[in-house]
Design a binder for this molecule. Structure first.
Ligand code: SF4
Length: 488
């Protein structure tokens, strides 16, 4: 999934996320359920996946051989209302939520993508192709035009022009040509097919809804619609949901999975299940191990809400320190808001977090968060806690330092923007104004996750890219550069 224009992180930023964490995840969902209100099922599933993408949302349904797609920028609840959902009838449907930087062209890159270059398809994708430029050039040479600049549209175009019939065979023909990360759902007039790259970088799960089937980026989407998690779609597998039920094919052999370990640390919702475990518990365990690895003499544990909560609970359990809510989060600050102007700007972060002096004053405070990318938010939190009277601020992070960019679908900022870039942990602590700082080790992460490191990608921590590093090219924007160089 590609973003549109890239913004300067400090100067040119009309949006605000909950924190300065990684961005650019997406969420996908698909369901085949004749007789059910499929648009409403997708709506609620996307609602549960909203954390994976807050810039645009879309649903495509298929009724009587006719595919209708509705997508727009905004949250799921902003894009859809009763009237629009009622217009989206069908036996099957897919949906998508998208995270990206903002700017021109963001609507064009919203999903599901619809194409009809021989076969009508609607498609939703989470991930990032590392050979997008090659595929784009090849398709352009064949006279294929594109409306957006997303690699998702490339996959849709490849499936649309593919002569193999039916769609399951087209997916089998196209998958070996795709490199990088892709958890994808495609819908034709007959089927919803979900397929996952042979490394299984981004998550994708299969669910059962009565006697029908559905697929989702995360299992929390099943809970909200009363479906049951059956299993994860295997790396390299394609599952087809049709009137005949479920059909599975191992399209590309998967010798070595590379599941994104950051899904366990931060991206996925704590009530989602990955690799057999609910993430609330996995993250709590990360906090417990962090307390063992990096104990601190302090009076109080607080979390950076909400994503730091489970690890803070774990840290408090093992350290024996009391835990309280020293930072209150405004849950209604969206990604986009009117800029506060010079006078209010200095209070900027209080729009998201407000410290409670009554809780932290006079205390040596341990602040637990799940990750730090650029460090701007963390630095401000440390400053606010000191202003609120904390006598010491100790940072404990339930992930290792992020020092490398992600080439597999997540916008982590460039290496130079990362606070851990070229700095020791002591230097980072100084940069953030903290009395001490400690990160969970990679061994600690995997002890909590419970599955071996060999099965995962941890490139943003280790710099070891299991699918190759794309020659250090920022592949996410490569298509935009080409499109600008040769528009149309
Ligand atoms: S580089 Fe980091 S965020 Fe990207 S897939 Fe690997 S572990 Fe996940």
């Amino acid at each position: 999934m590609n973003s549109s224009r890239r913004l300067h992180p400090d100067r040119d930023q009309p949006t605000v996320s909950d924190r300065d964490g990684p961005r650019d995840e997406c969420g996908v969902f698909g369901v085949y359920a004749p007789g059910r209100d499929v648009a409403r099922l997708v709506y609620f599933a996307l609602y549960a996946l909203q954390h994976r993408g807050q810039e645009s949302a879309g649903i495509a349904t298929c009724e009587g051989g006719h595919i209708t797609t509705l997508r727009d920028t905004g949250l799921v609840s902003q894009v859809f209302d009763e009237q629009k959902l009622r217009a989206l009838d069908g036996d099957m449907a897919i949906g998508h939520v998208r995270y990206s930087t903002t700017g021109g062209g963001s609507w064009e890159n919203s999903q599901p993508v619809w194409r009809d270059d021989g076969r009508e398809v609607a498609l939703a994708h989470n991930g990032n192709l590392t050979n997008a430029v090659e595929l784009y050039n090849e398709l352009r040479e064949r006279g294929i035009d594109f409306r957006g600049t997303s690699d998702s549209e490339l996959i849709a175009a490849l499936l649309s022009v593919e002569e193999e019939r039916p769609i399951e065979n087209a997916v089998a023909a196209v998958m070996p040509r795709l490199e990088g990360a892709y958890s994808t759902v495609v819908m034709t007039k007959r089927a919803v097919v979900a397929f996952r790259d042979p490394h299984g970088v981004r998550p994708l799960s299969l669910g059962r809804l009565g006697d029908r089937w559905c697929v989702a980026s995360e299992s929390c989407a099943f809970d909200i619609i009363g479906a049951e998690l059956v299993r994860e779609v295997s790396p390299g597998e394609a599952v087809s949901l049709t009137a005949d039920g479920l059909e599975s094919r191992q399209v590309v052999p998967s010798e070595q999975p590379s599941h994104c370990v950051f899904e366990h640390i931060y991206f996925s919702r704590p009530d989602s299940r990955l690799e057999g475990r609910v993430l609330q518990q996995v993250r709590g365990r990360m906090g417990e191990i962090l307390a063992l690895e990096a104990p601190v003499d302090a009076d109080l544990v607080i979390s950076v809400p909400d994503s730091g909560n489970p690890a803070a609970n774990g840290f408090a359990r093992v350290s024996g320190l009391p835990k309280d809510d020293g930072l209150i989060k405004n849950r209604y600050v969206g990604r986009t808001f009117i800029q506060p102007g010079q006078e209010l700007r200095k209070h900027g972060l209080r729009m998201k977090f407000n410290p409670l002096p009554e809780i932290v004053a006079g205390k040596r405070v341990v602040v637990v968060d799940d990750s730090i990318v650029r460090g701007n938010t963390t630095r401000q939190i440390v400053g606010m806690l000191r202003e609120a009277g904390a006598t010491e601020v100790h940072l404990r992070i339930s992930a290792p330092p992020i020092r490398h960019p992600c080439h597999y679908g997540v916008d982590m900022s460039s290496r130079e923007e990362m606070v851990a870039h070229d700095r020791t942990v002591d230097e980072i602590a100084r940069e953030l104004g903290a009395d001490s700082l400690a990160y969970l080790t990679l061994d600690g992460v995997y002890e909590a996750v419970g599955t071996p490191r060999e099965m995962h990608c941890d490139a943003c921590f280790s710099g070891e890219y299991p699918l190759g590093d794309g020659g250090e090219v920022d592949g996410k924007f490569a298509l935009e550069q080409i499109a600008v160089a040769s528009p149309g």
